[in-house]
Ligand binder design. Structure first.
Ligand SMILES: NC(=O)c1ccc[n+]([C@@H]2O[C@H](COP(=O)([O-])OP(=O)(O)OC[C@H]3O[C@@H](n4cnc5c(N)ncnc54)[C@H](O)[C@@H]3O)[C@@H](O)[C@H]2O)c1
Length: 304
């Protein structure tokens, strides 16, 4: 099996590339190394440096005729999307259209897209499911939702199969301090550098933290299941930023100072994703409890 992973030098993409190589797939990676790094690319994978926003870079790689495309390359920083919506749309929307056009032309069997719970915006409800209304409150969320619509239209118009996976806040070893859900890695880097943790707002905002290997597992299952479906991936567990800070403090042992600053615009208050549909459609459920996941991530950051 030949697969193309866009964004395969990044946090989630590199874990996925490792897992696909381990099952014997021929793995090709398209990445411009804007946030990803070459050292995260598995030895067995073939790296193609290029920009998804540039259609000729995408067609060049797609000429290899991969069977499956995992599309992860993206501008992933919510705050950056607010500062520079044009570049966010260029990478996330135009880049996705380039990947779809080239996938269609080269006869790709399926595209598996990394979407986000940012498409929902602030629902105000305790738990979100796939039927919840999608009303993004950031340009990043809008660009992910628009990409989903393009993917569905490419399926409806041209028969290109897809699975769209909407992730909760993913964390784990190898995550950088930029990006959509970098709070775990930001906190750990600050602990490592003996700096106080900065919490925006009162810290009662909640997130659903999902371990990266669980995300990889869902991508692998999507190769042959969840056809033409939108499936969200979460743990159904809410963790407040204050609780997260407390958990990391406990893992660290020594005292960690916490500072509060003003809440940031465009940020969602509560987000917790029900995984009932992922279980029935993919046979997936999260297997890593937050304390174990944080321990593995803590050990990785402190061991660097
Ligand atoms: N990390 C999370 O919590 C989370 C949550 C929801 C969705 N997602 C989605 O998962 C995917 C992977 O996220 P991640 O956390 O691994 O982020 P990441 O920033 O580590 O990875 C993104 C990768 O895409 C590459 N890239 C960016 N722009 C590119 C371009 N124009 N052309 C080619 N490559 C480009 C980067 O160099 C990087 O390697 C993204 O689509 C993101 O939106 C992530």
């Amino acid at each position: 099996m030949k697969v193309l992973i866009t964004g395969g030098a990044g946090f989630i993409g590199s874990h996925l590339a490792e897992a696909m190589s381990a099952i014997g797939a021929e793995v090709h990676i398209l990445d411009n190394l804007s946030t990803g790094t070459a050292d995260r690319i598995p030895a067995k994978a073939v790296f193609h440096q290029g920009d998804i926003a540039n259609s000729s870079d995408v067609t060049r790689v797609m000429a290899l005729r991969p069977d499956f495309v995992f599309h992860l390359a993206a501008q992933t920083d919510v705050r950056r999307s607010l500062l520079d919506p044009v570049s966010d749309a260029d990478i996330n929307i135009i880049g996705t259209i380039n990947v779809l056009q080239a996938s269609r032309q080269s006869g790709v069997k399926k595209i598996i897209f990394s979407s986000s719970c940012a498409v929902y915006g602030d629902t105000g409800s305790n738990t979100i499911d796939e039927g919840s209304a999608a009303k993004p409150i950031s340009f990043y969320g809008i660009s992910k939702l628009a990409s989903e619509h393009y993917i569905q239209a490419f399926h409806d118009l041209y028969g290109l199969p897809y699975t769209i996976l909407r992730y909760a806040n993913v964390y784990g070893p190898g995550q950088k301090t930029n990006g959509e859900a970098g709070v775990v890695s930001v906190f750990l880097q600050r602990i490592k550098n003996h700096l106080p943790l900065i919490i925006y707002g009162n810290g009662e905002q909640t997130r659903d933290f999902l371990y990266v290997e669980d995300v990889v597992k869902a991508n692998l299952l999507s190769l042959f299941k969840g056809n033409n479906q939108i499936i969200q991936l979460g743990t159904s567990v809410r963790t407040s930023i204050e609780q997260l800070a407390g958990c990391l403090q406990e893992l660290h042992g020594d005292e960690v100072r916490i500072l509060h600053e003003a809440e940031k615009p465009g940020e969602i208050r509560h987000s917790c994703l029900d995984y009932t549909y992922a279980r029935s459609s993919l046979g997936w459920e999260p297997s890593c409890p937050i304390r174990s996941g944080l321990k593995m991530t803590y050990d990785d950051v402190m061991g660097d």
